[in-house]
Write a protein that binds this ligand. Structure first.
Ligand SMILES: NC(=O)c1ccc[n+]([C@@H]2O[C@H](COP(=O)([O-])OP(=O)(O)OC[C@H]3O[C@@H](n4cnc5c(N)ncnc54)[C@H](OP(=O)(O)O)[C@@H]3O)[C@@H](O)[C@H]2O)c1
Length: 252
């Protein structure tokens, strides 16, 4: 099937590794130019950039903290200068402190809120100013913790709930301007992010056992849904959060 994304340009935040990297690979496989955003891990970002270029498309490395509006502005200015426009943004970068609510400080809470939710605002504000060839699409990556209680996940879960709400509000406001905004909410995926969970092995095994589809979710499973939402086949999907979890969350 031709997904008709060839020749478009995308920014994927937090795409040096994990789910963002799988999304960047998938876009490049469909002949989309990809801007790779990262914060600290330059080597991983450069490695991913080489993989993207190896797929025969252009790749830009745009370092910056998505929680800092000045960095976000600079990221979009670089893209505008180098490419002269952008059609897709995948807001995927995330961080957070995993602690019991009794130990969580307001600094931890603000950290998660700024990176995982508030960052979407300057991202969209800068994106709408850029030229594009046709429709603009935004996909934010969320998690089941937005609507379910996960141990030690209070700050991140709340930030993801805020993110999903922002997606609805921004989608309604910006649809008339030709910007289509959605979210993909993923179940547990074995990435570096899980190294921060004290009970990583237990978590993965529990997810594997409970998932009706019979296996753990992969970064590619999430990327596939993100790609679909970027295509014109999803042109009437606005402001939604699509769950990708192999059926995990439908069980009582
Ligand atoms: N893994 C899961 O089980 C799971 C489940 C549901 C949803 N998700 C969501 O999927 C997305 C990706 O998660 P992941 O597991 O792939 O994460 P990951 O492996 O920890 O990768 C995080 C990426 O984000 C970048 N990053 C972190 N903070 C940043 C910031 N402030 N500004 C810019 N870039 C930043 C990192 O770059 P550096 O290395 O340079 O810092 C890295 O490229 C997140 O939104 C996450 O909440 C993950």
């Amino acid at each position: 099937m031709d997904l008709r994304l060839r020749g478009k340009r995308a920014l994927v935040t937090g795409s040096s590794r994990g789910i963002g990297r799988a999304i960047a690979h998938s876009l490049a496989d469909l002949k989309v130019d990809v801007a790779i955003n990262y914060l600290r891990g330059r080597n991983r970002a450069e490695e991913t950039a080489r993989e993207i270029e190896g797929r025969g498309v252009r790749c830009l490395l745009v370092k910056g903290n998505v929680a800092n509006p000045d960095h976000v502005e600079k990221i979009f200015a670089t893209i505008d200068q180098e490419w002269g426009g952008l059609e897709m943004v995948i807001s995927n970068a995330a961080s957070g402190v995993l602690k019991s609510a009794k130990e969580l400080t307001m600094h931890h809470f603000d950290w998660a809120m700024h990176i995982n939710a508030a960052a979407l605002l300057p991202i969209i504000q800068n994106f709408v100013k850029l030229d594009s060839k046709g429709e603009k699409t935004v996909v934010a990556v969320s998690s089941l913790g937005a609507v379910r209680a996960i141990p030690n996940y209070t700050a991140v879960g709340a930030s993801k709930a805020a993110l999903e709400s922002m997606v609805r509000h921004l989608a309604a406001e910006l649809a008339p301007d030709g910007v289509r905004i959605n979210a993909v909410s993923a179940g547990t995926v074995d990435t570096d992010a899980l190294l921060h969970f004290p009970n990583r092995e237990e978590l993965l095994e529990a997810a594997r056992l409970r998932t009706p589809a019979g296996r753990l979710l992969s970064p590619q499973d999430v990327a596939n849904t993100v790609i679909y939402l970027c295509t014109e086949y999803a042109s009437m999907i606005h402001g939604q959060t699509i769950i990708v979890d192999g059926g995990y969350s439908i069980l009582a």
